[in-house]
Design a protein around this ligand. Structure first.
Ligand code: NAP
Length: 472
């Protein structure tokens, strides 16, 4: 079995610590072991990141850009290896793991360029005897805490802009998927990114989070994960008025109008729902379809869902891999059971498969009191509910504490834009089931988070604004 170590200040560390197994969710077999740390490692990582910050932030943007670009190239060269590790530790189909590496690396490539475009401003003063300048500077050391569902992209989406801005980072990946993270950080070292600029540790999440939150040298915390943990970290960050970015849970509605291109809508829904076995924060979680096309839409969707192949992610033909763990599969099953008890019909699927697999499932005759219509399921089930009037669909779509992604399918763009104006969501896919991309701002309204990742908005999260008043 392979052993991986943490990386602090460019050194492999943790050999002396207790080890935990990383397990393949497809067959429950251990695939590697990693050391399990806590407060000591959190402090050492913060020391290294703080000590390397001045040097890194004082390098020219061009130099940082070149090193980040080199990192991108090495990840490309090692794509197959990292993708396989990702599939083994996380479960997603290999073709999706490759796709995630491309997506993750897209952030590195984009921010390598953006490093050179951190512009300031000159603002007209109210008197001729003054000049007003605005410049942007790196926030400082950034703590990065990430979930298991996108083991590479959730890291690069934060680390690439942080590095481009001149920040240094300490990373704690999810306990279930540390290998991808460690491999990425190893390649950063190989690319020539100086020791201490990127550090990665594995261990007790609560202890590490509290240690980093209490450390005033860490100026920002960026977190992707569940809303309850996000709230906890935000409270901890408040003690030192640490800057926070939060990418939290979702509960994405899909509104399908009677004038849509039904095939396009079906394909969009398949993309938005079943990628990563339904374990994405932007997953279509509930469908509202115009009652005039409900039958045809549902029939076509069922046909496509029947074609999805559930199997181990390492098989090239797999569409849906295992869920991450027993808790996840129990949650999916409980959502289906609750819906059926309250009168839902299972159109397809609805069963566990041995191990951590679950059949892709479509539910009809659903009502808004069912758990699956109120909470993020994070699994391959999709409830479909008809509507008569589009305003009713918008009200139901907005009736949630979450506001991350939403989807609208219509061939009438004017209608589509009017619906978008009313949706309380940070992301809208209009005739698009896959809106995420490195150059666009990703993030949510309401309890889905704070801040944006991607694009120039994502860069601002790692920059302080300094205003200089010059008296002449
Ligand atoms: P999670 O339980 O909140 O875990 C996320 C990370 O936080 C993991 O690294 C975890 O470490 C760590 N953590 C757990 N408790 C902590 C604590 N008390 N203090 C500090 N860190 C702590 O979330 P998850 O189940 O892994 O991820 C699924 C959630 O993430 C879903 O709600 C999904 O919607 C959301 N998500 C959001 C986005 C977005 O962009 N908005 C993207 C992806 C996922 P351990 O693994 O060691 O427990």
């Amino acid at each position: 079995m392979d052993t991986y170590e943490m990386i602090i200040n460019g050194k492999n560390v943790g050999n002396n610590l207790e080890k935990i197994h990383v397990t393949n969710p497809a067959n429950n077999e251990p695939i590697a072991e990693v050391p399990y740390g806590g407060k000591n490692e959190a402090v050492s990582a913060a020391d290294a990141a703080y000590q390397s910050w001045t040097d890194w932030s004082e390098r020219s943007a061009y130099e940082r850009s070149e090193l980040i670009r080199k990192w991108y190239e090495l990840i490309n060269e090692n794509k197959e290896d990292i993708a396989l590790s990702m599939t083994l530790e996380q479960g997603k189909p290999l073709k999706e793991a490759r796709g995630e590496i491309d997506y993750a690396n897209g952030f590195i490539s984009w921010y390598a360029e953006e490093a050179k475009r951190v512009y300031g401003e000159i603002i007209p003063a109210s008197t001729t005897s003054k000049r007003i300048f605005v410049q942007k500077q790196a926030v400082g050391v950034v703590a990065v805490i990430t979930p298991w569902n996108f083991p590479a992209a959730m890291i690069t989406r934060k680390v690439a802009p942080a590095l481009a801005a001149g920040c240094t980072v300490v990373i704690k990946p999810a306990e279930q998927t540390p290998i991808t993270a460690i491999k990425l950080v190893k390649l950063a070292k190989e690319a020539g990114i100086p020791d201490g600029v990127i550090n990665v540790i594995v261990g007790d999440a609560k202890e590490i989070g509290e240690t980093w939150n209490a450390d005033t040298r860490i100026r920002k915390l960026t977190f992707t994960g569940s809303t309850p943990v996000g709230k906890l970290l935000m409270k901890g960050a408040a003690n030192n008025v640490k800057r926070v970015s939060l990418e939290l849970g979702g509960h994405a509605p899909v509104i399908i109008l009677g004038d849509c291109d039904i095939d396009k809508a079906v394909n969009g829904v398949i993309q938005a729902k079943f990628r990563n076995a339904g374990q994405t924060c932007v997953c279509a979680n509930r469908i509202y379809v115009d009652e005039t096309i409900q039958e045809e839409f549902t029939a076509k969707l069922i046909e496509k869902v029947r074609e999805l192949k559930v199997d181990q992610g390492v098989n090239e033909s797999t569409d849906i891999g295992p869920l991450i763990d027993r808790v996840a599969i129990d949650k999916v099953d409980s959502h289906v059971k609750d819906a059926v008890e309250k009168g839902a019909t299972i159109e397809v699927g609805g069963n566990r498969i041995e191990g951590l697999f679950y059949e892709p499932t479509i539910l009809s005759n659903v009502s808004d009191d069912m758990i699956c219509m109120k909470e993020e399921t994070f699994g391959p089930i999709l409830p479909i509910s008809p509507f008569k009037d589009v305003d009713e669909a918008i009200t139901r779509a907005n009736d949630s504490d979450f506001g991350l992604a939403s989807y609208v399918f219509t061939e009438n763009i004017t209608k589509g834009i009017k619906i978008i104006d009313k949706l309380e969501y940070g992301i809208v896919g209009l005739n698009d089931g896959l809106p995420s991309t490195p150059q666009a701002p990703f993030g949510g309204y309401k309890q889905s988070g704070l801040g944006r990742e991607g694009g120039h908005h994502g860069m601002d999260e790692y920059l302080e604004v300094k205003y200089i008043s010059l008296g002449l």
